[in-house]
Write a protein that binds this ligand. Structure first.
Ligand SMILES: Nc1ncnc2c1ncn2[C@@H]1O[C@H](COP(=O)(O)OP(=O)(O)OP(=O)(O)O)[C@@H](O)[C@H]1O
Ligand SMILES: [Mg+2]
Length: 352
């Protein structure tokens, strides 16, 4: 259904440099499939999602690659074609900050009704009925359809943004950290509801999150992003139980509940790269306990191991050694930076 090839998206800065936020991404999403997109803050998750539906801010640009959706390359469509044929009806986005996606001057219900009636031949009454039904399905009191966004709590606004994204039953939902701002109990409720609704309307989904435990529960496939690239991509079970990329191995250490091999929480020392005009070499090399000269000099290409398991790492074939060493605290504790100073495991880290 969705096939992304070699996608590059940059932000132009006032200094005249480019931030390579998406730096050669290949990904696929099948029908009714949920793909989890995980990685630290700033690795390019939101940029990737926005690039797909061409909602990048004005200084952002797709500079290379293609986004094939049901046999149409979305990068080739005009803005008008995209707006009329694709956005909301075929692909919709639940944004990272729900409150910002709701229009403060219209009631929440009116916004959903308008979305439905702009794209479908549907009476006012029917559109309001559908809106009330959606409210109920998402655990919102249907009597609050006539409230304005500022009358909603954060959790309610998030549910309303989900209603808006799902009201036209799109084929693909891009959910950008739909619940990170909320407390854990509400998070769970909302994720469950989104999954149920997704099943009901037969959609595919890209679920973006920092949280490995969220994707391991909800997703069929997982793509681990690092520095604008997909470091590793496979079905969820493989990513959780049998990862090959040192970054995935490090992430897994930081979420002990999904990793039976590790008892203690170990975080990855150092901080993510800034992505401004990156040099040759693996972007993870400065933080990787397994980096060798080749890693610092030659950018690794994606390589497929078992079917559907793609890894961007020069040493991915040494899987047993990597898995064994990565589970030891001292492997990550003794990492040094370019000056030979010890990188502290507490600065940066994987919790963001
Ligand atoms: N409008 C912009 N102009 C310039 N650089 C930007 C802009 N938006 C994002 N960036 C940069 O692009 C990179 C990727 O950002 P992006 O928001 O896609 O990351 P993310 O993975 O979604 O992070 P988070 O988990 O914090 O949401 C970062 O280095 C960020 O600083
Ligand atoms: Mg983001």
């Amino acid at each position: 259904m969705l096939n992304i090839e070699n996608l590059h998206a940059h932000y132009h800065t006032d200094e005249g440099t480019d931030v390579h936020a998406v730096d050669g991404v290949d990904l696929e999403v099948g029908s009714n499939e949920t793909l989890g997109l995980v990685g630290e803050s700033g690795c390019g998750k939101t940029t990737l999602a926005k690039a797909l539906i061409r909602l990048l801010p004005t200084n952002g640009e797709i500079v290379d690659g293609s986004v094939n959706f049901k046999e149409t390359d979305l990068t080739e469509l005009s803005d008008e074609e995209l707006r009329k044929q694709i956005r909301w009806t075929e692909i919709s986005m639940i944004p990272q900050n729900a409150m910002n996606s709701l229009d403060p001057v219209h009631t929440v219900g009116a916004q959903i009704v308008q979305a439905i009636r702009t794209h479908e031949d549907c009476s006012k009454e029917e559109a309001w009925n559908r809106t009330r039904e959606l409210f109920e399905e998402l655990g919102l009191d249907e009597n609050r359809v006539k409230d304005y966004p500022h009358q909603f709590s954060g959790g309610m606004a998030q549910r309303a943004a989900i209603a808006l994204a799902l009201c036209l039953e799109p084929a693909l939902i891009l959910a950008d950290e739909p619940t990170t701002a909320l407390d854990v109990v509400v998070q769970d409720q909302i994720l469950t509801m989104v999954s149920e609704l997704q099943d009901e309307i037969d959609s595919s989904m890209i679920m973006i999150t920092h949280d490995m435990s969220v994707v391991s529960e909800t997703c069929d496939k997982i793509a681990v992003m690092y520095g604008g690239n997909v470091a590793e991509y496979a079905d969820s079970e493989t990513i959780i139980k049998n990862p090959r990329h040192p970054y995935t191995l490090g992430m897994r250490n930081a979420f002990p509940d999904i990793s039976k091999d590790t008892q203690e929480l170990i975080s990855i020392p150092g901080s993510p790269p800034d992505l401004i005009e990156p040099e040759e070499g693996c972007k993870f090399a400065p933080r990787c306990p397994f980096a060798q000269d080749e890693c610092r000099e030659v950018t690794p290409e994606p390589e497929e191991f078992e079917e559907g398991h793609v890894v961007r790492c020069h040493r991915a074939d040494e899987v047993e050694y990597l898995q064994e060493e990565a589970s030891k605290r001292e492997t990550w504790a003794e990492m040094k930076d370019d000056q030979g100073d010890l990188i502290s495991a507490t600065d940066g880290g994987t919790d963001e």
